[in-house]
Design a protein around this ligand. Sequence first.
Ligand code: AP5
Length: 216
Amino acid sequence: MRIILMGPPGVGKGSEAELLIKSFQIPHISTGDIFRELYKDRTTVGKIAKEYISRGELVPDDITNEIVRHRLSQPDVKKGFLFDGYPRNIEQAKALDEILAKKGCKLDAVINIDAPEEQIVERISGRRVCSTCGAVYHIHSKKPQVEGICDLDGGQLIQRNDDMPETVQRRLRIYKDQTAPVIGYYQEKGAIVYIDGTSTIAHTHAQVMKALGELN
Ligand code: AP5
């Protein structure tokens, strides 16, 4: 399966991605996670990306597309892949088309998860992530067993610095201006499925699996 997962910041793409990659045994390609890893490793690209991320802006297309091109040259994507957070504007969508055409492969599905803005802001403001492994929690809907501590590795749970209210508002504005038009781009190609992301993580996943089943 070759899948793109779209949706506004904080709607639950990463949470759904975790479940989908288990169902299909495919690699999870989150450009946001890749940038955060590159920054953790103190690479030059990571430091540049961090400046954009902390302002809530998109990392420039040349950097992002190059990262994706490199990732898609790895052997594990032969069995498929799940993009989460890419493409994020029309230029990136066209770049991905070119990369895939050169590899002679096509997308199987583009999934767009959506929810009202108040709900998204509530999800983002309650999100906590493990400072060591990046596992994602929520102060109400996905609590760790011990408050403030990651269930998986005992790391400290922190708030992402781009999850602060002012930055979230900018991310949402950029989503509307630059990323939402990508939905129309895939709609014209007839490849998109729309998922209501207002319910629980489990219910969202059930809807996604049903929609993917109906495509085949
Ligand atoms: P990225 O890391 O991709 O962030 P995002 O798209 O803004 O998405 P989030 O990670 O904030 O949210 P999500 O939808 O994955 O939600 P989650 O599952 O965590 O990008 C970060 C930055 O990197 C960008 O702003 C940009 O600067 C840069 N970047 C990345 N890709 C780029 C690209 N292609 N081009 C240029 N720049 C790029 O859920 C959120 C919370 O809600 C969690 O706490 C979760 O537990 C909870 N939750 C989820 N679903 C539910 C549910 N159904 N019910 C209740 N709670 C839920």
